[in-house]
Design a protein around this ligand. Structure first.
Ligand SMILES: [Fe+2]
Ligand SMILES: [Fe+2]
Length: 316
């Protein structure tokens, strides 16, 4: 499926129905995504789990833990966060690290950041990498987030690192003063990104992670990044680019050329599918359905195949 399937269907009838039905079918729980030389293949989760056991690099993405949230959509976000960590700790292979793609907390309060830190200390992974969500920079323009989770980063918290031949780039796109507005990277960060990529061979696999989707999921709800296309243009020359986001509290995937875009579920509460409600926000679902809408994402990379597999699983 390409960008046009999604966007075209939204604009044609004003409702996203058809485009998103297609997307939902693609991102249902238990699919393994593999990219191999730009050719997409998928397998039912389980049939391909041996891949993860031998992968050279395994990591887990979690997102939108919203510690401190306490509304009907989930009155025990701490409990579902802890359940997620338990899932991570029982994976067949301990992940090399965890990526948290933002909205660590609900209100950027001191004790909420403390709790996030405490809970993730219980995860069997040697390191956690973060980017902030818009909820983490409330009140103080991200000062506390940066002090606690952004040590050694540039600007508002962006940075890059390398792991087993894969280049990881954490971008910050939540500094937009308009509430519910689109993400924005800004000229400074784009300049930095250009320099960061300059020395890399096109064969280097790239993983970009940021809170708000870098691709336009649904502009009416601010689910996209105004200058995201500029970042993607800089990444175009690379043979394998994986873009991981959160913020929309649902799993969604799009493939475009050598780029795979993927959003992770929240561990806290679901949000409606784009356009299916008057506005975005915490969605109340029957209690027995909640865990099926929360979860984590596993990503594996096998160097010899230049192969990245993305697996979503829920808490259900
Ligand atoms: Fe969120
Ligand atoms: Fe968010």
């Amino acid at each position: 499926m390409d960008k046009n399937d999604l966007i075209h269907d939204i604009s044609k009838d004003g409702v996203d129905r058809r485009g998103f039905l297609k997307c939902m079918a693609w991102t249902g729980t238990g699919l393994v995504w593999s990219i191999n030389g730009g050719i997409l293949s998928s397998a039912v989760f389980g049939a391909n789990s041996a891949a993860a056991a031998t992968a050279e690099l395994n990591f887990v993405q979690i997102s939108d833990t919203h510690v401190g949230f306490n509304k009907p959509a989930n009155q025990n976000v701490l409990g579902t966060f802890q359940e997620t960590v338990k899932r991570i700790n029982t994976l067949p292979k301990t992940p090399d690290f965890i990526l948290h793609t933002g909205d660590l907390t609900h209100l950027a309060a001191d004790e909420q950041f403390d709790t996030v830190d405490q809970v993730l200390k219980g995860a069997k992974a040697s390191q956690v990498f973060y980017v902030p969500g818009e909820h983490d920079i409330l009140n103080d323009k991200g000062a506390q987030y940066l002090q606690r989770f952004g040590k050694g980063t540039q600007g508002n918290g962006w940075y890059s690192f390398d792991q087993k031949g894969v280049h990881f780039i954490g971008l910050v796109n939540v500094f937009n003063d308009t509430e519910g507005g689109m993400g924005i990277l800004g000229a400074d960060q784009l300049d930095w990104l250009k320099k960061d990529l300059a020395g890399l061979a096109t064969s280097t696999p790239i993983v970009v992670f940021a809170h708000i989707p870098l691709w336009e999921v649904y502009a009416q709800w601010g689910w996209g990044t105004t200058d995201g296309a500029q970042a993607l243009a800089l990444l175009k020359r690379f043979g394998s680019v994986t873009v991981l986001n959160g913020h929309i509290h649902q799993a969604m995937q799009k493939i475009e050329g050598n780029m795979t875009f993927h959003t992770a579920r929240s561990t806290a509460f679901p949000q409606p599918a784009p356009g299916s409600a008057p506005k975005p926000g915490p969605m109340v679902v029957p209690a027995e359905q909640l865990r099926g809408m929360l979860g984590l994402t596993r990503v594996s990379y096998v160097e010899t195949d230049s192969h990245l597999a993305i697996v979503d699983s829920t808490l259900a």
